[in-house]
Design a binder for this molecule. Structure first.
Ligand SMILES: [Zn+2]
Length: 138
């Protein structure tokens, strides 16, 4: 898997539980210990209630497409062979929105990934250290 040339995330102490869980096929996000809001960022504070402190919550892995588009421009050399490719904002059932790709579509067109379509997590092991969270149709 050393021939992966697309950008990879920088794992920080705050995000490490998320990436470790992804390798184990679990979708884990921080949740506020005061109000229960689930966050798509990894800092230990809450933008819903301004409280400090999070706990990690295992999510269902289900959601729906909130927005979609096709990228035709090559912003990073590693994407040269895959343009055009789809990008979606998925709203998870627990609330947060996650930007990712919709995979396992026959042609990858927008018609195959309409807004509102139910999706579930797809774990893409791109390197020995990184498993990316993507989504597929339910
Ligand atoms: Zn809160």
């Amino acid at each position: 898997m050393s021939d992966y040339f697309k950008p990879l995330p920088n794992i920080t102490p705050h995000s490490k539980p998320f990436w470790d869980a992804a390798k184990e096929h679990r979708l884990l996000l921080p949740s506020c210990i005061h109000c229960g809001a689930v966050h798509m960022y990894f800092e230990p504070w809450c933008n819903a209630c301004s409280g400090d402190g999070i706990e990690w919550k295992v999510l269902s892995g289900f959601g729906h497409i909130w927005a979609n588009c096709r990228f035709h421009k090559v912003y990073f050399p590693g994407f040269q062979s895959v343009v055009p490719y789809n990008v979606a904002i998925v709203q998870l059932d627990e609330g947060p929105k996650m930007i990712s790709n919709i995979v396992n579509l026959p042609n990858g067109t927008l018609n195959e990934m309409p807004i509102g379509m139910r999706v579930r997590t797809f774990f893409d092991h791109v390197t020995n250290d990184i498993t990316l969270i993507k989504f597929e149709s339910v």
